[in-house]
Write a protein that binds this ligand. Structure first.
Ligand code: GLU
Length: 498
């Protein structure tokens, strides 16, 4: 199947847009088809610098590479494929040609109304009890257009370059029906539809015209897009009919909702997809998360790679109801993905990040086992340098951290505790007993018991002194990772501070 994602470069790519792109991509890949990226830049006023770059780089990050259309090649924006150009602002002549066809066969007409005339019409209509007036069949014959002017008058105006638009002549009293893959049969009454502008006075097409012409010329088989486009569907159906073209299939996917049930909007948090890459979410995690927004596999399984999604995804398992954008679930998925990596994969991913801050990580022979210690705890890779900080750098003594109510550690008992820990640990590693996790455990538990301390009274200050961090692996793990000499040095150093 040929599917397409057709964003307008009016801002950073929205998470909902990335999901739409993903669904289109999955269907194209599943059917051995082609995924096309078309840029719908016909609303030049709303265009934003950098938006196109953001769309392309975010898709690239997510692993959704277009087979055709506007693509990134060696970091440069270019176009690929036989149906181009794929940027609508480069197709203006095409739209003009097709809209002329509609005018010639009576499905569209030229309208010369000025802004003042349009305002006046609205005002009059409102006064007459029509709260939301629109330019439609009931009004068009009172306006200034090629249906009401003589052909000489029209030619005269065209000769004088009088600004005008071209409007769709929406039929009166028609039921417009379509089959939506997700919603089933959808029906619209033509009296609810205005005579939509197809070509603007600046020669640019509107979304409706450009979208339909391009989906036809680019031989799109299936249009998957957000539910917010459903109200446009009847206009599109009318256009396909007016051109005498077969419409593609349609699937309007449910809206993304915030936790409270409203439409996900900027005010509720981060709606730009690239923010999630900046924050350090793995692309695979984001894809996994977005796929589950509105779709389910029909099992309780929740972790999917892109290739598993390609295999399992199907439109008939997409729900109609809005899908809640739950960032806690996203964090949970990130955790799941990280825990499922092998330690080697994990270590390879975080080593360069840690080495940026601590170059020693590059020649650390123990890096793998050290990485293994944080794999269970980490959510974002950018937390790794901090989690490794105590390994490559001696922390300063933080008395506030060392004192701990819950563990019953007060600063006045710390000197005594330190000296007994040091005394007992001195016997490890040098002689019969190795310095390892097991022996550290046995020694320190025995110490607590023999001296009448709670385990926490021994382990908390030791861990806090060795790491300087509020959260880290436990005292035994840390002592093992640091080794005998470094551990004892740090504890002795701490003694001086008390
Ligand atoms: N340009 C529209 C958008 O920004 C495309 C909608 C459609 O897919 O038809 O989403």
């Amino acid at each position: 199947m040929r599917t397409r994602f057709a964003p307008s470069p009016t801002g950073l790519l929205h998470v909902g847009g990335l999901r739409t792109a993903l669904f289109n991509y999955l269907i194209a890949k599943k059917t051995g088809g082609t995924f096309i990226l078309r840029i719908e830049d016909t609303d030049q006023e709303r265009e934003e610098d950098g938006a196109l770059e953001n769309i392309l780089s975010t898709l690239n990050w997510a692993g959704i590479s277009p087979d055709e259309g506007v693509v990134l090649k060696d970091g440069k924006i270019t176009e690929l494929g036989d149906y181009g150009p794929y940027t609508q602002s480069n197709r203006l002549d095409i739209y003009k040609k097709y809209v002329k066809e509609l005018v010639d066969n009576g499905h569209a007409y030229l309208a010369f109304d000025t802004k003042e005339e349009l305002d006046q019409m609205r005002e009059q209509e409102q006064k007459a009890g029509n709260p939301s007036p629109k330019y439609d069949y009931s009004i068009r014959m009172r306006m200034c257009n090629s249906l009401t002017l003589s052909s000489d008058e029209v030619s005269e105006r065209l000769k004088k370059n009088t600004p005008h638009v071209i409007r769709l002549k929406t039929p009166e009293g028609r039921k417009i029906q379509a089959q939506d893959i997700i919603r089933g049969k959808v029906e619209f009454q033509s009296h609810t539809i205005d005579d939509a502008v197809l070509l603007k006075s600046d020669g640019f097409p509107t979304y409706h015209l450009a979208n339909v012409v391009d989906d036809h010329l680019m031989e799109i088989d299936l249009v998957i897009r957000g539910e917010e486009w459903l109200p446009s569907l009847p206009k599109h159906i009318l256009l396909y009919e007016a051109f005498g073209w077969k419409a593609p299939e349609f699937a309007h996917v449910p809206l993304l909702m915030n936790q409270g049930g409203g439409k996900l909007s900027k005010r509720q948090g981060d709606v730009s997809a690239s923010i999630y890459s900046d924050k350090g979410y793995l692309p695979g995690v984001m894809i996994n998360f977005l796929a589950l927004l509105g779709w389910n596999p029909g099992t309780t399984e929740e972790i999917f790679t892109m290739s598993e999604l390609i295999e399992k995804f199907s439109l008939d398992r997409i729900q109609k109801a809005g899908a809640v954008f739950d960032t806690e679930k996203l964090d949970w998925l990130q955790g799941q993905w990280i825990r499922r990596m092998t330690v080697i994969e994990f270590a390879d991913l975080i080593r360069p990040i840690v080495a940026e801050k601590y170059p020693d990580a590059n020649n650390d022979d123990n890096f793998l086992s050290r990485a293994g210690l944080i794999q269970e705890r980490i959510t974002f890779f950018n937390e790794a340098p901090e989690m490794f900080s105590y390994i490559y750098e001696r922390p300063s003594i933080d008395k506030k951290l060392i004192a701990n109510k819950k563990q019953k550690v007060t600063l006045d008992i710390v000197p005594k505790i330190l000296s007994v820990i040091i005394e007992d640990l001195n016997c490890l590693g040098g002689g019969e007993l190795d310095w390892n996790l097991e022996n550290l455990k046995t020694t320190l538990f025995a110490l607590a018991e023999s001296k009448g301390y709670k385990n926490g009274q021994i382990l908390w200050p030791m861990r806090a002194i060795l790491t300087g961090l509020p959260y880290s692996p436990g005292a035994f793990e840390v002592a093992e990772i640091l080794g005998r000499e470094e551990t004892l040095d740090r504890l002795k150093e701490a003694q001086k501070a008390f």
